[in-house]
Design a protein around this ligand. Structure first.
Ligand code: HDE
Length: 662
């Protein structure tokens, strides 16, 4: 062991003092060195997206799209290392993983032409149309400034006050109230670049493009009551999930897909393609898959990688360019600016997690924490030196060339007329969802607005919702116990004739099997080891995992066995919210003993009311009885005496049993 200067340490337990019990000496340079560094360990957390989790992986391009873009990252078969950071938006660094919130989905591609950062979210639209509103939005959603709460929650007055006064937020709020805001795991989320970008090919021709990440695992969310409980039982639920999956060799994968279109489409589309509160339905421009990303390595050090990674929308490579989306233009300023505040030096791009993996050559010099020893005589150009002394030169052909586009007009602070329709796509989104997903949206609005203390805010929001969908507004008003207020006067009459877009439903991309998910098995003394093994094998065969839960972590004595078989969890620490489905293999006296335990009752009744599949053996009936569900059993409650383990596990595919009457 050494100190920071490399001096060998002889003792890291005791500071230097006079005699045995005397004062500590200022002379103790080793103590001071250690405390000096410790005192400065923290850097500012991100203003937004503070809580995140990252992983390394690789992107493999699959399609020849050289007609669209010259970006080398899309050369078919080419593998490019990536680093992804998933995040929540509103909560502080130490908040929990399952607030109702947008999730960040930021990807850094270390391409051979410099870094390309696709800094997206798990929802395809954004709250605002102009970057100048971003500080207001963020202030409104974060803790209220006078009281310092709520942490990581949008269910409070200032958020809904702002939203209800910003009709342009309505579409995004529909997504925020949907199941997308409470994902089961990062692995089961879609990602979106949100803005319209440009592809540029070698001839300089540009094509508009929207980016999508589509998880091969399918889409999956939890229910709100479950999210609330997960945050208590395991605040690190999502980061643990990603860590466990990757370390267990179950590498999550996403297809990168694009929607590309030209000016003619942009001109004919009902909405402005530069407006980040709008989508282009997949039914109108289908997704084209151009590659796949796999995450396959966790970080070595969360601070060095996940915390110090600096994503920036303006990190683009030759072949990718910006559009005039006003939000994107504002972001292109903000991300660079924030890195200086957070990382403290213009040389943040030299940190290993941020450093390009291709050669870097320029005349930028010095600054705090300069790591490079930039050799040669010239640190400017033009210069008349030759060879290495001369330093680098720009390359007109291979260098980054901004697409040439005509721009004209007066300088004005206005919002284009084409951005004025705030409700039509919000209604289209809602009407495209299947009934269970619509139901969750209604319940979310009622929950959130019930948390507002100022009645006028609730009413104003419901007044806006009348422009989205009348039955939705009526249901929310009913849930709040208020009269339906008069509708807000919209800037543009909302359209209710937009065709439904089935691709917007989570159910349209439901998982195909139980792979990547987890079965919680309640066991007791007397549990049948053969059945436990058969269920475990069936789950593992489709790529899922099984964890056992018992009364004591030391284990249970399985039927016919002598010693104890350890369990993964003591019941108090493993409520059923931590699992995607449960199997009750406790039996006989063991089941009776368990049924007297309050946590067991919650385990079963929560699994039932969270619409989960439940497998059970006959001996586990006392557990179903104590949970009050014995007389409500439905097709998603599987009697393992008559359903074999493979059929049981096959039934766990897809989503929850939404039809259940809970
Ligand atoms: Fe961000 N955003 N943002 N944002 N954003 C940041 O950058 C900002 C927006 C997104 O894991 C900050 O390094 C402005 C849209 C993600 O490190 C900051 C505007 C989308 C992350 C910032 C937006 C995003 C950030 C804070 C409106 C989805 C986390 C720390 C014009 C397409 C990246 C930082 C990570 C982070 C500014 C809107 C996604 C302050 C000004 C739209 C995923 O620079």
């Amino acid at each position: 062991m050494t100190d920071a200067q490399g001096h060998p340490m002889s003792d890291d337990q005791n500071s230097l003092r006079v005699g045995e019990r005397g004062p500590t000496l200022l002379e103790d340079h080793l103590l001071r060195d250690k405390l000096f560094h410790f005192d400065h360990e923290r850097i500012p957390e991100r203003v937004v997206h503070a809580r995140g989790y990252g992983a390394h992986g690789v992107f493999t391009a699959s399609e020849d799209i050289s007609d669209l873009t010259q970006a080398s990252v899309f050369t078919p078969g080419k593998e490019t290392p990536v680093f992804v950071r998933f995040s929540t938006v509103a909560g502080n660094l130490g908040s929990f993983d399952l607030p109702r919130d947008v999730r960040g989905f930021a990807t850094k591609f270390y391409t051979d032409e410099g870094n390309w950062d696709l800094v997206g979210n798990n929802m395809p639209v954004f709250f605002i149309q102009d970057a100048i509103k971003f500080p207001d939005l963020v202030h409104a959603v974060k803790e209220e400034q006078d009281r310092g709460w709520p942490q990581a929650a949008s269910a409070h007055d200032t958020f809904w006050d702002f939203i209800s006064l910003m009709p342009e937020s309505t579409h995004h709020v529909m997504w925020l109230m949907s199941d997308r805001a409470i994902p089961r795991s990062f692995r089961f989320m879609q990602g979106f670049g949100v803005h319209t970008f440009r592809f540029v090919n070698a001839e300089g021709r540009s094509t508009f493009v929207k980016f999508h990440w589509v998880p091969r695992q399918g889409l999956q969310s939890v229910v709100w009551n479950e999210a609330v409980k997960i945050n208590g039982a395991d605040p690190d639920f999502h980061r643990r999930d990603l860590w466990n999956a990757i370390n267990g060799g179950d590498f999550p994968e996403w297809d990168l897909a694009v929607q590309t279109f030209d000016d003619d489409f942009a001109d004919s589309f009902e909405f402005d393609v530069l407006d980040p509160t709008k989508i282009i339905p997949e039914e109108q421009i289908p997704l084209r898959v151009i590659g796949t990303m796999q995450l396959n390595r966790v970080v070595d050090n969360v601070f060095a990688e996940t915390e110090q990674v600096a994503f920036m929308t303006q990190n683009v490579v030759p072949g990718i360019d910006f559009s005039n989306d006003p939000l994107l233009q504002g972001r292109n300023f903000s991300y660079l600016d924030t890195q200086l505040k957070r990382l403290g030096s213009t040389n943040f791009s030299q940190l290993p997690i941020n450093a390009p993996r291709c050669p870097v050559a320029h005349f930028q010099r010095d600054g705090h924490m300069q790591m490079g020893r930039q050799a040669g005589r010239a640190n400017y150009e033009p210069n008349s030196f030759t060879g290495t002394a001369a330093g680098p030169r720009a390359d007109r052909e291979a260098g980054y060339r901004t697409v040439e586009r005509p721009e004209a007009g007066e300088t004005r602070r206005i919002r284009a007329e084409s951005f004025a329709d705030h409700y039509s796509q919000a209604g289209q989104f809602y009407r495209s969802l299947p009934e269970p997903e619509q139901d969750h949206v209604r319940m979310a609005f009622v929950f959130e607005l019930s948390k507002c203390e100022i009645p006028a805010i609730r009413e104003r929001m419901v007044a806006n919702l009348r422009n989205v969908d009348e039955p939705l507004a009526a249901a929310v008003a009913d849930g709040l116990g208020i009269d339906l207020p008069e509708a807000t006067e919209p800037a543009v009459a909302p359209r209710h004739d937009l065709p439904e877009s089935p691709a917007l439903a989570m159910a349209s991309r439901a998982p195909e099997d139980f792979g990547g998910r987890k079965l919680g098995v309640l066991v007791s003394d007397g549990t049948d080891p053969a059945l436990l093994k058969a269920v475990t094998s069936a789950v593992e065969a489709v790529g899922g995992t099984v964890e056992t839960v018992g009364l004591k972590v030391g284990g249970v004595v399985l039927k016919g066995k002598r010693g104890r078989t350890p369990v993964d969890h003591k019941i108090d620490g493993a409520p059923s919210v931590l699992f995607d489905a449960v199997a009750l293999l406790a039996t006989g006296d063991g089941a009776v003993e368990l049924s007297g335990h309050p946590a067991v009752k919650d385990f079963v009744s929560d699994a039932f009311s969270h619409y989960k599949h439940i497998g059970y053996v006959e001996g586990a009936r006392p557990l179903l009885e104590v949970a009050g569900v014995l007389d409500k059993l439905d097709e998603a409650c599987h009697a393992l005496a008559s359903v074999d383990p493979d059929a049981f596990v096959a039934a766990l595919a897809g989503m929850r049993r939404w039809e259940r009457d809970v």
